[in-house]
Design a protein around this ligand. Structure first.
Ligand code: ADP
Ligand code: MG
Length: 483
C-alpha cells in the first residue's frame, strides 16, 4: 500500500531515520557532555539533512505508486518522471515493459474472442448456449433464422417443446457428457432436425454450461422423399400401360383369337400403350442424361432460331386438324445462343407441344425469340455476364391456376392428370425443360391467367454481344413466377 507524498510524511520519516542520532545525542545530554539546547539544535539539523536526502526517493516512490494504481485501473502507460540511475527508475522501466507485453496479450485475446464470436455467429448450424437453469444464454444467426425471434433468457422448454430435446438437456445439465437425437419443428415451416447437446468447460466470460447444436435435415429428408416418390410414380406410370398391354395379349390369345375386327382394334390400343411406355422411358432417359450433365454448361454457339422453326413445322400435323396456328417470330439478332442443340430442340418442342396440347381449338400459339431487355430477378450467372435472349411461347388455353405454378416443373406433376394422359403426356416435359434451362444457366418464367392462357419464357445466354443488360425485377404479373 502506498500513500501520497506530503511534507509532514517526509518529516516523520526523517525523524524515524534520525532515531539513532537522537539516542546518541540524548546520551551525551544525560552524561552532561552536551547542553540540551545544543543537542536539540543538532538533532534538528540532522532531521532537516535527512529530509533533504530522502525527499527525491519518496517523491519518486509516490509517483510510481500512483502510476501503478492507474495502470491497474486500465489507465495510460506513460511512465512518471523519476530520478535517473536509481533502482526506482529500473522498476519503472520494467513495469512499463510488463505493461506493454500485457497490452499486446490483451489485444490478442480480444481478437481471438472476436474471431470465436464471429465463428459462432456464422456457423451454418443453429447453436444455442444454455446456463445451468436451462435458459438460453446465447444463440447464433442460424438459430435466429430457425426460431424467427429473440430467444435469449428463455427456458429451453419455451423455445423447443420437444420432450426428446428437453430430456437430453436435463441429463447434460445434471452431469451427463453429451446426448443426441432428432425432432421435427412444425412452425414457422415444417422442418426436421438432428440435435446434439454437450457439456462445456467453465468460462470466465459466460455462465453457459452446455451447447445445443442443431443439424437441419429438412432438405435431405425432402430429397429422400422425392426419390421415393419418383420411383413410385415412374413404376405406376409404367405399370398402367403394361397392364393394358398384358390384358389385351391375354384377350388376343383367348377369346378374341379369331376375331379379326377385335384384333385390329386391340392391336391399335396396344400400339398406343406401347408408344406411351416408349415415350415415358425416353423422357426418363433424357431427364437422367440432362441431370448427369447439369454441372457442365454447354459452350457451343447454336442457331436456336432454326431449331424453333423446325420444331414449329413438326407440329403442323397436330395443329392443322384443330385449326390452330403456330406463329413464329424470330429476331435475327437473337437467333444465336450458347447451348446444346439437341437439348434446345427438346426444350422448344416440349413448350410448343404443351401450348398446342393445352391451347384451345382455332387459336394461335405465339412463339418468339428476341433479345431480353430485362432479366428476371433470380436470373443465373450465365445471363448476367453478357447478352440474353428470351424464347417465349404463348398459348390461348385455359391457363394454369396460381397454386400449381410452383410445382409445375416437378416430375409427374400435372394440373389435370386425366387430360394429360389422354393427350399422351408423360408429365415429365416441364421437368426436362427446367433441367435444360438449369444446365444452360438460364431462367424459366411462367405467367398464366385462368381463362386466357399462359406464357412460358426461357431466358438463355446469347451467343453475340449485342446489348448490355441491367437486371430488373421479374414481371409484375401476379400469376407468374420463376421456376
Ligand atoms: N401451356 C399450358 N397450359 C396449361 N397447362 C399446362 C401448359 N403446359 C403445361 N401445363 C400443365 O403442366 C403439366 C405438366 O406439363 P408437362 O411436364 O409438359 O407434362 P405433360 O406430359 O402432361 O405435358 C401438364 O400436365 C399440364 O397440366
Ligand atoms: Mg408436356
Amino acid at each position: 500500500m502506498s500513500r501520497r507524498f506530503t511534507p509532514p510524511r517526509l518529516i516523520r520519516r526523517a525523524m524515524v531515520l534520525s532515531l539513532p542520532s537522537f539516542v546518541v545525542l540524548a546520551g551525551l545530554v544525560i552524561a552532561r557532555d552536551m547542553h540540551v539546547l545544543t543537542a536539540l539544535a543538532l538533532w534538528g539539523w540532522i532531521v532537516l539533512a535527512l529530509s533533504w536526502l530522502i525527499r527525491p526517493g519518496m517523491v519518486d516512490a509516490a509517483r510510481v505508486a500512483l502510476w501503478a494504481r492507474n495502470l491497474a485501473a486500465g489507465g495510460e502507460n506513460t511512465p512518471p518522471p523519476v530520478t535517473p540511475d536509481t533502482p526506482i527508475e529500473e522498476i519503472v522501466s520494467s513495469v512499463a515493459q510488463l505493461r506493454r507485453a500485457w497490452q499486446e496479450r490483451q489485444n490478442e485475446l480480444a481478437l481471438l474472442a472476436k474471431w470465436n464470436e464471429s465463428l459462432f455467429e456464422n456457423l451454418p448450424d443453429p447453436l444455442i448456449l444454455l446456463n445451468p437453469e436451462r435458459r438460453v444464454v446465447k444463440f447464433n444467426q442460424s438459430a435466429l433464422s430457425v426460431f424467427a425471434r429473440d430467444i435469449s433468457g428463455r427456458d429451453l422448454s419455451v423455445v423447443l417443446r420437444n420432450p426428446n430435446v428437453l430430456e437430453a438437456a436435463d441429463a447434460v445439465l445434471n452431469g451427463a457428457q453429451a446426448r443426441d437425437g432428432a425432432f421435427d419443428l412444425p412452425v414457422p415451416v415444417a422442418r426436421s432436425f438432428q440435435f446434439r447437446i454437450e457439456r462445456l468447460g467453465p468460462s470466465p466470460a459466460s455462465d453457459a454450461v452446455a451447447v445445443l447444436a442443431l443439424n437441419d435435415l429438412t432438405t435431405v429428408k425432402r430429397m429422400e422423399q422425392m426419390r421415393a416418390d419418383f420411383v413410385a410414380n415412374a413404376s405406376h406410370e409404367l405399370r398402367t400401360p403394361l397392364a393394358t398391354l398384358l390384358g389385351f395379349i391375354e384377350t388376343l390369345r383367348g377369346p378374341a383369337r379369331d376375331d379379326v375386327e377385335a384384333r385390329d382394334k386391340f392391336l391399335g390400343i396396344m400400339y398406343d400403350q406401347g408408344s406411351r411406355m416408349a415415350r415415358l422411358v425416353n423422357d426418363l432417359l433424357s431427364l437422367s442424361r440432362i441431370e448427369l450433365n447439369e454441372h457442365t454448361p454447354p459452350g457451343e454457339s447454336v442457331d436456336f432460331g432454326r431449331i424453333i422453326q423446325a420444331g414449329a413445322d413438326a407440329l403442323l400435323p397436330l395443329v392443322q386438324p384443330r385449326r390452330m396456328q403456330v406463329q413464329v417470330s424470330i429476331d435475327e439478332n437473337a437467333r444465336m445462343v450458347i447451348g446444346q442443340a439437341d437439348e434446345l430442340a427438346q426444350l422448344a418442342q416440349n413448350l410448343m407441344d404443351n401450348a398446342v396440347k393445352y391451347g384451345r381449338d382455332g387459336t394461335a400459339v405465339d412463339v418468339s425469340l428476341r433479345l431480353a431487355t430485362s432479366l428476371p430477378a433470380a436470373a443465373g450467372s450465365g445471363l448476367r455476364g453478357g447478352t440474353a435472349v428470351v424464347f417465349a411461347v404463348r398459348d390461348h388455353g385455359d391457363g394454369i391456376g396460381k397454386e400449381h405454378l410452383p410445382r409445375l416443373t416437378e416430375r409427374f406433376y400435372r394440373v389435370d392428370t386425366a387430360r394429360s394422359r389422354t393427350l399422351g403426356g408423360t408429365g415429365l416435359g416441364l421437368a426436362i425443360v427446367k433441367h435444360i434451362v438449369n444446365r444452360h444457366r438460364g431462367a424459366l418464367v411462367v405467367e398464366s391467367t385462368l381463362g386466357q392462357g399462359s406464357v412460358f419464357s426461357v431466358y438463355l445466354p446469347g451467343a453475340k454481344a449485342q446489348v448490355s443488360l441491367a437486371a430488373v425485377p421479374a414481371s409484375a404479373s401476379t400469376s407468374g413466377g420463376r421456376l
